[in-house]
Ligand binder design. Sequence first.
Ligand SMILES: [Zn+2]
Length: 240
Amino acid sequence: MFVGHYGPSFAAKGMRKSIPLWVLFIAVQLLDVFWSIFVLLGIEKVRIVPGITATNPLDLYYMPYTHSLIGAMLWALGAALVYYLWRRADGWAAAMFVGAAVFSHWVLDVVVHRPDMPLYGNSLKIGLGLWNYPAPAFVLEIAVLFSGMYFYLKTTQSTTRVGRYGMVIFGLAMLVVESIVFFGPPLSSDKAAAVTALFWYFVFAGVAHWLEGKRVPRTVGQGNIAASAGLQHASRAKIL
Ligand SMILES: [Zn+2]
């Protein structure tokens, strides 16, 4: 799974507005970010085997540190702890959301991967193999991405025209990137796959960071942003 992973990041942002969206964008891809780095360093291994799945040619035969069940749990716990220490004011609940976002990656990967997701170390591998059915796999990505985004859009309101249309256009742009990566010319090497993934994950997180500044939490009736800002200002003044 590629852009579908961002569904949970939008959903988490809808539920916990204090967490920066770009943090959740990195969180849901954290396992792949480290997978890319580990592949480039030769710690984890992938080889290109055309036809191994109907959607992509990745033979992910060794990724015990990032994509095992135990590994994913440890990355999720670690991310929650780092977030808590970094943004203590957000509290443990927000940190747990970040951890859950990290773990959601593993759950969604199990649905699409062939049985290459180990439970522990490099053994007991599972995977439902939806990648062998390109159309349903693509529809699932779209459904997960846009249902998360829909919830986020329902719980926030735009402050500018870019804020109003930007996220949906961004979502469509992500689908275009996914189509090119998945249905375009096959990746040439393991390192190319890792660099491509890493590049897009940080580009997407950067765009998410830019766009989230154009929307604010929906605190009062729709369209009453000035009053909302005034209320927030007043309550802050009272606290100070
Ligand atoms: Zn993955």
